[in-house]
Design a protein around this ligand. Sequence first.
Ligand code: PLP
Length: 376
Amino acid sequence: MSVYLDNAATTKPCEEAVRAALAAMTENFGNPSSLHRAGLEAQLAMDGARKIIADSIGADPSCLCFTSGATESNNLALRGASAAYGRKAKRIVISSVEHASVEETAADLEKKGFEVTRVSPREDGRFYAADFLNACGEDVCLVSMMYVNNETGYILPVKETFAMIKRKFPHIITHTDCVQAYMKLAVKASALNADLISLSGHKVHGGKGVGALYIKKGVRVLPVVTGGKQEKGIRSGTESVPMICAFGAAVEKLAPTINDRWERLTALKAHLMSRLSEMENISVNSPDDGSPYVVNISAEGKRSEIMLHFLESKGVYVSSGSACSKGQQSGVLGQFGITGKRADSALRISMSAETTEAELDEFISALGEGMEKVRG
Ligand code: PLP
């Protein structure tokens, strides 16, 4: 049996999600845009999932636009909002630790005539709302700031920042990538003061290839993908009904237990930290008050990839940082002050609702063996 501790990369679909997808693929395979009964049934199934997900963020179902995942949601948010609002205000503000799907999209918009201001953490490794506010001005059309960082679990002050920005610059559109926060922390559109929120199905046990972008009523997002005008014309293309139903089923299961799971994961993280503190040459890169679902450490003198494969040989799966960067070192750890050899030896342990203390103990024992056996 393997120990899967790479849940920030993806999670195992829950049984409810698998069943919902199977039903949509076998019994209910109509095209939701078709006018006959089979189409209507697919539409109704999709509406059910839309309502569950919208309810979970305190939004009206009409505000939810289904996508193929958070990468697409982030692209739609940045490209779509900047196209709608960026004719005069040609500056975009983002945090310096965004996922590549925000960072690369902003960099592409930069090439196309937008100016991008990246707000970094201060020397203490923390982000401050005032720094985002100071970076804003009349020339800014959009601010994008993730809620929980996928590499370290750091929680950014989104609520406070967006409240300050909306007070001083009500014209600025606020976007938050909530992929690593959703179903772990309360993600409520109005409490966060967010105009746009990106979500992903496969990070919440729902399955890959589905995501959503919440678009506040009255906020304009121009389409990136054009065609048959599905999803109110904002995202054309036949919706992936099975994956949308799976996403809805997973959220329905997880939504009632957000707080209980946070508490359980906090206890698990405390156990992991205590076991790590007994080991030599291990440093912790995640903040104490970060998300308990993600713990980033460095195993001094052992390159991430080599240690990762040693752990894999022991049946333990972790990540060397962000899975999306496929072994390429991202600049995010550097932004948090983790550089050089320490960054080269970083490992990300990411947990889920199903992670147990026994699994963490197995990881610790494999890591201990790795510290002795792995060279470089
Ligand atoms: N944003 C964050 C913070 C992520 O961690 C990820 C995936 O790792 C994404 C966006 C991309 O999500 P998806 O795989 O659904 O495209």
